[in-house]
Design a binder for this molecule. Structure first.
Ligand code: SAM
Length: 207
């Protein structure tokens, strides 16, 4: 389990190039600065940005088959990106992947666009719209943290999903319970993986 900021930094560093690691440090600065102006992350998590936000996002990569993210793959789609996790963190860690972030709130969209610009993330674009209004495209991965209850999330995201799409849904402590509430057909399509950043939290992953 990743329990400290130092462990979180070491974990993330082991997953990426030095240039990505440095970009994450810069992103942490931008995030903490902006958090003084708008409510992006909880005050309590300001001291634990690497554990609660960066490592928590980075761990999703371990649940994607290598071939899903091969050259020329469809974009990774992150729903309700808000302050950046997990989609913007993935875009920083994997500059080889196309990543699309959907966020509807104007000030958050402005912040995300500024980050993409200042961090020179040419692989990442921000769609400042409600997901319901976004023209569908096939996604290799659909991620969403704290976006919507599972049933609604699956309904809104289904136009972007293909037979090969991998869903990665960090659901905190409600993961197993939320999945259990679904119809059997849905339950069979997903399972829960243990989160590395919180021993009580789970990630709902498609089979
Ligand atoms: C609780 S925040 C989570 C932000 C981020 N994913 C995280 O984990 O820190 C949920 C975000 O989803 C956005 N959102 C909610 N419904 C949306 C929709 N239908 N389309 C696009 N964004 C939406 C909200 O504006 C908000 O920024």
């Amino acid at each position: 389990m990743i329990e400290t900021e130092e462990q979180a930094r070491n974990y993330v560093q082991g997953l990426c190039e030095q240039s990505a690691f440095e970009r994450l440090d810069r992103f942490a600065e931008l995030l903490l600065e902006e958090n003084q102006l708008q409510n992006l992350i909880s005050k309590a998590s300001e001291e634990q940005v690497w554990q609660r936000h960066f490592a928590d996002s980075a761990q999703l990569l371990a649940h994607v088959p290598r071939e899903t993210l091969s050259e020329g793959c469809d974009p990774w789609l992150d729903l309700g990106t808000g302050a950046g996790p997990p989609g913007l963190v993935i875009a920083i860690l994997r500059p080889d992947l196309p990543v699309r972030l959907v966020e509807s709130r104007g000030r958050r969209v402005d912040f995300l666009c500024r980050c993409v610009d200042q961090l020179s993330l040419s692989n990442c674009d921000v769609i400042g719209e409600r997901l319901e209004r976004v023209e569908p495209f096939p996604a290799s991965v659909i991620s969403a943290r704290a976006f919507a209850p599972l049933e609604k999330l699956l309904r809104l995201s289904s136009p972007f999903s293909t037979k090969r799409t991998r869903y990665l849904l960090p659901k905190g402590r409600s993961a197993a319970h939320e999945l259990k509430q679904q119809k059997s057909a849905i339950r069979k399509m997903f399972h829960v993986e243990q989160s590395l950043t919180d021993c009580e939290a789970g990630i709902i992953v498609s089979v």
